[in-house]
Design a protein around this ligand. Structure first.
Ligand SMILES: *[C@@H]1O[C@H](CO)[C@@H](O)[C@H](O)[C@H]1NC(C)=O
Ligand SMILES: *[C@@H]1O[C@H](CO)[C@@H](O)[C@H](O)[C@H]1NC(C)=O
Ligand SMILES: *[C@@H]1O[C@H](CO)[C@@H](O)[C@H](O)[C@H]1NC(C)=O
Length: 356
């Protein structure tokens, strides 16, 4: 009995010993195996190394300095190596292609190079769909999209509102000093644009002061915001009616200029998703343009109600995005939540989706 039990003990001890030895000898290989099967360990590993973003060429041929640790130095985004040397292709995690130069034939995709496993190719554009040209030939090539759209893999809006750290003091009782009811700044007038039709209907009800290349009163970029500040309302009319296409006309011209934006472009829910209530007036909220005109007139005459359109400024501040480097660095912030595997089988359809 006792001989048997001590034999058992010995056997167990022996087994334990062998097992430990096995573990020890297998350790270095085991760690790697573990990282390959355990997604969370894999995630941590990925997030603690540098992500390399290779910009294949600069949009519109204008380059910017990438000296130093750009993403950290300028935007406090860590572990992001932003480069533009094509020789780094083999080690790039993401290679970015700006759409316009591809579509216009000034640049080509590097099909001649062996595409490393796991490398993602990104299609980048800030244009509304109609200005993206023919994307038919780009099926089954790209793994990610970088656009202003909220459903892109990396969303790079023209601007956004960020919460203010401290509640700001407001301009509550400063005189308004407005000299025009409605202002419109238009450089690219096309009579077929929906905005041109709305403008012509609107001037039947209210006066609209028009500036821009199209008129006899062009505006320098320095005069833009001070001019808008003297208007009660600014027509932030986009040249394209497309999903999420909300440009600096809202973020900069209206919000920073200090006029209440009257918006036309993306559908109302798209604006509601990114802009606070009572900070803009959407053309679609009115049964007719005549109703819109009457509403603007009444609002301008009601000081208290008009000022309510600026209360959002207590809590929010405008952030504009104008630098390609900031947009590219943003890829790194999103990198770990990108799907492991994704291919845009029909980029053209994706770009055109939900557009009216
Ligand atoms: C990550 O990239 C930055 C910027 O290029 C560089 O300074 C740093 O040494 C890199 N770190 C690693 C671990 O490769
Ligand atoms: C109102 O704006 C005009 C034009 O910029 C300026 O000359 C004037 O001083 C302003 N008045 C007040 C009270 O701010
Ligand atoms: C990227 O797209 C290509 C198809 O062009 C595909 O072979 C590759 O697996 C994709 N990679 C990722 C990480 O999704």
């Amino acid at each position: 009995m006792s001989v048997l039990s001590s034999m058992k003990k010995g056997l167990l001890l022996c087994l334990f010993f062998v097992f430990s030895l096995c573990l020890l000898s297998a350790w270095p290989r085991g760690f790697q195996a573990l990282t390959a099967v355990n997604p969370s360990t894999f995630y941590n590993l990925r997030s603690s190394r540098n992500v390399t973003i290779l910009l294949w060429y600069w949009p519109f041929g204008r380059s910017f300095s990438l000296k130093g640790d750009v993403c950290w130095d300028l935007y406090r985004i860590p572990r992001c190596r932003l480069v533009d040397q094509r020789s780094l292709f083999p080690s790039a995690d993401v290679v970015v292609f700006h759409s316009r130069e591809l579509v216009q034939g000034q640049q080509k995709l590097p099909f001649d190079l062996p595409r490393p496993q796991g490398q993602r190719w990104a299609w980048m554009s800030l244009e509304a769909p109609v200005y993206n040209g023919n994307l038919e030939q780009y099926a089954n090539i790209f793994n990610m999209t970088i656009t202003y759209r909220r459903d892109a893999d990396v969303t790079v809006p023209y601007g956004e509102l960020l919460p203010k750290e401290a509640e700001g003091h407001l301009v509550e009782n400063t005189p308004l000093n407005k000299s025009s009811l409605v202002c419109w700044v238009v450089s690219n007038y096309r009579s077929h644009h929906k905005r041109s039709q709305v403008y012509h209907e609107l001037i039947a009800t209210v006066p609209v002061r028009v500036y821009g290349h199209w008129t006899r009163t062009p505006l320098s970029s320095r005069a833009l915001l001070p001019t808008i500040s003297h208007c009660y309302f600014y027509l932030a009319f986009e040249n394209s009616i497309s999903k999420d296409y909300i440009t600096e006309k809202l973020w900069r011209n209206a919000y920073q200029g200090g006029a209440v934006p009257v918006v036309l472009g993306a559908p109302l829910p798209d604006y509601k998703a990114v802009a606070p209530p009572n900070s803009f007036i959407h053309v679609d909220e009115f049964a007719s343009i005549k109703d819109l005109g009457k509403f603007l007139q009444q609002l301008a005459e009601d000081d208290k109600r008009y000022r309510e359109y600026f209360t959002w400024k207590h809590q929010w501040k405008v952030k504009l995005y104008t630098d390609w480097r900031e947009r590219l660095c943003k890829i790194c912030s999103q990198y770990n939540s990108l799907p492991q595997q994704k291919v845009y089988t029909d980029l053209k359809a994706w770009v055109k989706v939900n557009n009216t």
